[in-house]
Ligand binder design. Structure first.
Ligand code: UDX
Length: 431
């Protein structure tokens, strides 16, 4: 199939490369010339395991190209909208400027038999509005949300755990079935539904995941005042298959480009629809999540006897999760900034996130060499559970630091091993 992907950010670049890898003929379009130049040269503009490999093979096959010229979409019959929907500056609502601009830019090139497929995460009601914009051209519109996780984006795109088609025109189903023939043949479940349900599936899934994380973090708060251990609690309730252990990792909380923004945009949209009370709990989910960041800062102050001022703190991790270079709404970066704000000498180390973090917070000290951050540190704070950090030998770390104190902001270290190496250990919801 000939297809275009409008927007070559995280979602679009991976989608374009994966579709070409699956045998489709794909053109990726973006207004950012630097990004297009990188992608055309086979270089991923962000860190994503597996992406450079499929970019290289898809470009070499001749089935994939990137351009800033919208006219290049003329030959394609399926057009994916994969532009960003960031949080607006002055409210929690999603900013649809890029989605609207992408659809407008497509209009001259689409007609009867073409299908525009929205993949961006949008407030419920957007697809119906855009379908009316597209209709005069004779083309149809479908909403096909994307559930990819950073760090597993290639795998999640090639082998999705479900496909959701939000459609109004029944012929869209056959087109999408052809797009996703490989995943369907491998048994991926397919849900064909209306626009509103498809849009809501995405935000509901992210709201549920965020709620699950904040639930266990709320339990961590209770564990902290009772002496209970939240990781054992999570293990015990997680054995109940109705609950499940995944996403019960208590720690410094969720961040990234999706979960925080999506629950806020969902709240804003529900309020617009007069149903704010239905998702009012999401404000609490957000508040619990943000409190955990302050909790790490408070633990640091306690660990250093009441003040971090002038003390060297090694912050292990700056990305919102491991296997990513993304620092958007990163709890780890937020903790580092809070500690710096309290007067600490903060040295941040991370395998992939330093360049992005430095752009946002140049006031912090960064090093890609963990030993440099650890050397003569008064306190070690782990906030992103990169394997490089969780596998550190506490005895070797003990030789580097000035004082053996560690805060485990992800409950990812073995408390016994660190205590045996002479460290005072504090986790989140366990000690
Ligand atoms: C998420 C959804 O998982 C994905 O389906 C959607 O398409 C986009 O948003 P992503 O943002 O890549 O994906 O990250 P995810 O792996 O879901 O983690 C989100 C955040 O939650 C991270 O900051 C992570 O550290 C945190 N988290 C996750 C926890 O704090 N505890 C957990 O148990 C799990």
């Amino acid at each position: 199939m000939r297809m275009s992907v409008i927007g070559c950010g995280y979602l679009g670049a991976v989608h374009a490369a994966a579709m070409a890898e699956l045998g489709h003929d794909v053109v990726g379009v973006d207004v950012d010339e630097a990004k297009i130049a990188l992608l055309s040269a086979g270089k991923a503009p962000f860190f994503e395991p597996g992406l450079p490999e499929i970019l290289a093979s898809a470009l070499a096959s001749g089935r994939l190209r990137f351009t800033t010229d919208m006219a290049a979409v003329d030959d394609a019959s399926v057009h994916f909208i994969a532009v960003g929907t960031p949080q607006t500056k002055d409210s929690y609502a999603a900013d649809l400027t890029y989605v609207d601009a992408a659809v407008d830019a497509l209009l001259p090139y689409i007609g009867e038999g073409d299908l525009v497929v929205g993949k961006s995460t949008v407030p419920v009601g957007t697809a119906a509005r855009l379908a009316a914009v597209v209709a005069p051209t004779g083309a149809s519109l479908a909403w096909n949300p994307e559930f990819l996780r950073e760090g597993y984006a290639v795998q999640d795109t090639i082998s999705p755990d479900r496909l959701v088609y939000g459609i109004a025109d029944p012929s869209s189903v056959d087109v999408l079935d052809e797009v996703y023939a490989t995943a369907l043949a491998a048994g991926a479940p397919r849900i064909v539904t209306d626009f509103a349900t498809a849009e809501l599936v995405k935000v509901a899934a992210n709201a549920f995941l965020a709620t699950k994380i904040s639930f266990i973090n709320a339990m961590a708060e209770i564990a902290e005042v009772t002496g209970a251990d939240v990781t054992q609690l999570a293990d015990a309730i997680g054995h109940d298959t109705r609950i499940g252990r995944r996403f019960l990792g208590a720690g410094v909380g969720f961040g990234g480009g999706c979960l925080p923004k999506d629950i806020r945009a969902f709240t804003a949209r529900a309020e617009e629809l007069g149903r704010g009370e239905s998702v009012a709990f999401l404000k609490e989910v957000d508040a619990i999540n943000l409190r955990r960041r302050q909790r790490v800062a408070d633990l640091a102050v306690d660990a250093l006897g009441g003040s971090v001022n002038g003390r060297k703190i090694a912050v292990l991790g700056v990305t919102f999760k491991p296997h990513s270079d993304d620092v958007r709404d990163s709890p780890a970066l937020d903790v580092a900034v809070r500690l710096k704000g309290l007067g600490a000498e903060v040295v941040v180390t991370d395998p992939e996130g330093i360049d992005n973090a430095r752009l946002r917070h140049p006031q912090l000290i960064y090093t890609s060499v963990a030993e440099e951050a650890l050397r003569a540190a008064d306190l070690v704070v782990l906030v992103t559970e990169w394997p490089q950090f969780t596998s550190l030998d506490p005895r070797e770390v003990g030789e580097l630091v000035r004082h053996r104190r560690v805060i485990d902001g992800r409950n990812a270290l073995d408390p016994t091993a660190w205590k045996d190496a002479g460290f005072t250990y504090a986790g989140l919801g366990r000690s």
